[in-house]
Ligand binder design. Structure first.
Ligand code: COA
Length: 181
């Protein structure tokens, strides 16, 4: 049997992937503003970030000679009153570096940290055709409830552990991580 021809490989300009730190904060906000515009704080998923505290170890950035080009963040979630859920987002890549596979690398790095921590499932609101390539899938209708309006077909989950199957219910911010200010 003849082998299929090798896929043409394209030269990807170098970039660095690393854990996000405090010094990246302004650049990350600038990138998210550029990518999502001012409407980003109106999204329902934002209700699960307000008053929440990021899982710092799982947040990654990518940068190249021109500066910060990608960022992904992860947030702890209660699911039906039980811990073990994680919200992925925002995930944003600077327009000039899209299609270089950076988003997948950022997601994989963060999800590996979540799995290592023992988190059970990562949830996001996004386009299924894209996130399916990172192991996310739609779940049965009504399994998770967001704290506001959202197209339910865009609620996607990647289970990290067999115990995740029993998780269902309202998604909420863990009390222990709520900021008082
Ligand atoms: C979506 C996004 C994060 C992808 O980043 P990226 O680093 O370019 O992604 P990758 O290089 O890993 O993957 C690119 C591939 O995904 C595809 N893709 C991108 N967005 C897609 C979408 N919404 N639906 C289906 N496929 C999509 C691209 O066409 C490309 O396909 P190819 O590999 O066959 O050429 C980036 O385009 C972005 O920041 N977009 C604006 C913000 C956004 O939509 N964020 C996610 C929602 S929370």
């Amino acid at each position: 049997m003849t082998e299929p021809p090798p896929k043409p490989t394209r030269e990807i300009a170098p970039y660095e992937l690393r854990a996000a730190s405090e010094v990246d904060e302004q650049d990350i906000e600038r990138l998210y503003d550029e990518v999502f515009g001012p409407g980003r704080f109106a999204k329902t998923a934002e209700r699960l970030r307000e008053g929440n505290q990021r899982i710092e170890a799982a947040c990654f950035v990518a940068s190249d000679a021109g500066g910060l080009v990608g960022s992904v963040q992860f947030w702890p979630l209660m699911i039906g009153g039980r811990p073990g859920g994680v919200l992925l987002g925002p995930l944003g890549i600077a327009p000039r570096r899209r299609g270089d596979g950076i988003a997948f690398k950022l997601m994989e790095a963060g999800i590996a940290v979540c799995a290592e921590r023992g988190d059970l499932a990562v949830i996001l609101v996004g386009d299924e055709p894209y996130y399916a390539r990172a192991g996310f899938a739609k779940t049965e209708a009504g399994r998770f409830q967001m704290p506001g309006p959202v197209d339910e077909r865009r609620i996607l989950v990647r289970e990290l552990n067999a115990k995740a199957g029993s998780l269902n219910g309202a998604l909420s911010v863990p009390r222990a991580t709520r900021r008082t200010s």
